[in-house]
Design a protein around this ligand. Structure first.
Ligand SMILES: Nc1nc2c(ncn2[C@@H]2O[C@H](COP(=O)(O)OP(=O)(O)O)[C@@H](O)[C@H]2O)c(=O)[nH]1
Ligand SMILES: Nc1ncnc2c1ncn2[C@@H]1O[C@H](COP(=O)(O)OP(=O)(O)O)[C@@H](O)[C@H]1O
Length: 226
């Protein structure tokens, strides 16, 4: 039977989950699923569900667990025959349990980044909304200020990266992530990385994945739907 590898990346807003996930997906060929991306897609669709999601995201609050699991789990079921990397899900213990019922993760990466670093990065984060491409005016600036490298379209800042929402998001992250991190620690699959620079953390993550992906792949996830 073919073997697959399933990983998740956790960390507060601005810790570099998206940046590192992109490198992992490129280097190791995993399918990349970002909860933030799917939420923004749902907001942009302007449906009733999207408006509900927007009301939470705008206030820097977590979207309710049942909304998140309904958004993410069907996508994972469709990928049961693939290796994948989850960014931003699960964020709560309830989400982690729902995921566990579908699929056992092989590896969880947790990023510990000092608060001041997060604040500086997010105040400088600019996004191309249509593609989700992320820039930072110091770390990876666009070629032309304020414009996306590929399309030339204008870049924007997320409302939830603005200082009012940011403080609430960081405070909330710590409380909610602790039991999830403890769960994965108890399963022996948690790997934590600390630092202020993605480029210094990346070689360690790269070498961890090189080892794990070649020694610990698992069978396909079980679909829960009949
Ligand atoms: N200055 C600096 N910025 C970084 C570094 N790593 C990521 N960033 C930027 O910090 C912001 C947050 O990173 P992102 O990957 O979006 O974090 P996420 O919220 O955890 O997904 C983005 O603008 C990145 O381009 C780094 O090592 N140094
Ligand atoms: N798993 C999740 N559970 C609840 N809310 C979520 C989840 N993932 C994302 N969100 C919501 O979407 C917002 C943006 O998430 P994301 O793009 O992952 O950014 P960041 O890592 O910078 O917080 C979060 O602040 C939160 O409101």
């Amino acid at each position: 039977m073919a073997k697959f590898f399933r990983a998740a990346i956790m960390g507060p807003p601005g810790s570099g989950k998206g940046t590192i996930s992109k490198r992992i997906a490129q280097s190791f060929g995993l399918q990349y699923l970002s909860s933030g991306h799917y939420l923004r897609e749902s907001i942009a669709a302007n449906t009733e569900a999207g408006l509900l999601v927007k009301s939470y995201v705008e206030r820097g609050m977590l979207v309710p667990d049942h909304v998140m699991t309904r958004l993410m789990l069907p996508r994972l079921e469709q990928l049961s025959g693939h290796s994948w990397l989850l960014d931003g899900f699960p964020r709560t213990l309830s989400q982690a349990r729902a995921l566990n019922n579908l699929c056992q993760l092989d590896l969880v990466i947790s990023l510990n980044i000092p608060y001041e670093t997060l604040r500086e990065r997010l105040s400088d984060r600019w996004i191309h909304p249509a593609s989700g491409r992320v820039y930072n005016m110091g770390f990876n600036p666009p070629r032309v200020k304020g414009k996306d490298d590929v399309t030339g379209e204008p870049l924007i800042q997320h409302d939830d990266d603005k200082p009012e929402a940011l403080m609430a998001r960081l405070r909330h992250y710590k409380d909610v992530a602790k039991p999830v991190i403890d769960l994965y620690k108890s399963q022996g699959i948690l790997h934590s990385f600390s630092g202020t620079e993605t480029d210094r953390i990346w070689p360690y993550i790269n070498s961890l994945l090189n080892t794990k992906m070649h020694t610990q792949p698992s069978d396909a996830c079980q679909s829960q739907t009949p």
